[in-house]
Design a protein around this ligand. Sequence first.
Ligand SMILES: Cc1ncc(COP(=O)(O)O)c(C=O)c1O
Length: 409
Amino acid sequence: MPTPPPFARWLGQTNDVTQVFLAAGQVPDLVNLAGGLPDPSVWPVEALADLSARAVREHPQEALGYPPIEGLPGLRDVIAARFSTDGLRLGRENVLITTGGMQGLELIGKVLLDEGDVIAAQTPAYLGALDAWRPRGPAYRPVRMEEAAPDLPFLMRGAKFSYTVPNFSNPSGRIVDTDRRKALVAAARETSVWLVEDDPYGALYYDGDPLPRMLTLCGGDPYDGPVIYLGTLSKELAPGLRIGWVIAAPEMIGALTTAKQGSDMCTSGLSQQVACMALEDGLCERVLPDILSLYSARRDALCAAMTEHLDELFEWEVPTGGMFVWARARGARLDTDLLMREGLSHGVCISPSSVFDPEGRDRGAVRINFTLNPPDKLAEGVRRLADASRAVLAGVAGGRLTQGRPRLG
Ligand SMILES: Cc1ncc(COP(=O)(O)O)c(C=O)c1O
């Protein structure tokens, strides 16, 4: 048989970390600290079962037909009303329903990026965003939120868009303060660059009051600003619904709708109808207190175990919300690509920093999730990670492990 044509070039530049950690859920006795996965116990199973049955019986056209590409009008109205404030008037024309927040990222790449275009991205950056944009061959300009005063207009000028996860960033767990949010909005206006505000963790504040969204700070009556806001029900309700949304200027919603037409045509009507009824019914507000108390206790349990077992090896800040602790190795010799591989053989899975670096170079940190596992498993995972770290250090010192990007899985 003749050799078939090769796959596209970008496939050779990617990694399979997301596949590894989703598959890790199926491996018995492996402690999965890698993904951003919710604990299934927080899903309101009975309520969602009732709403699903009602959606099909009472709204068969919406639930079982082809919905409009933009989304069900009722759901778009609910989202517009939910995010409107005194200074921000949103209508249906500002909202596109997407298949998870992930699709919003992909569609933004589809409508804005040509090969070589620049993204001014908060770095370290969300792995899924890098995955979504990789086939378009963008160039990255890192925006480091830990710096005291980054020159935002300088970093953003000439970029197609700027990308930020202001609430408990994935992977760093960092929150962007209000002054920096205002500065980002001002810089987007000054440089005429779109500002993507990706906000899956905006409800997961464990300490302190929520900070204003950049979308809200931007304001508008009607809204026509540079912020492209991405929301999702994945962390507040259930990821299996695959319901996300984009809020943006009508012109941008129009372009994204055209792009969605060639991606999946429309998001599941059944999921949209269930989401619409759940939001109208206040289901998210009812489940949130339980989510917050479960996850904040797990954050505390993870950080306590890390203090006990990892203090000599890593440094980290305790996040005030979200799903992750970002831990940086104290010594340059602890290569975290090697640690991911060594961790798998010790029965623990973590995400290495290289996959959150647009250049793939940072091999000195790990992202650790605390929402999926109960405290005893978190402690066991941390013990295994400490053992794996020592094994990597011993292997590197003795020349046992070879440097190089591991093939995962
Ligand atoms: C920063 C960020 N953006 C977007 C997403 C996409 O989530 P979903 O597609 O489940 O809505 C995630 C998921 O973990 C995320 O962490």
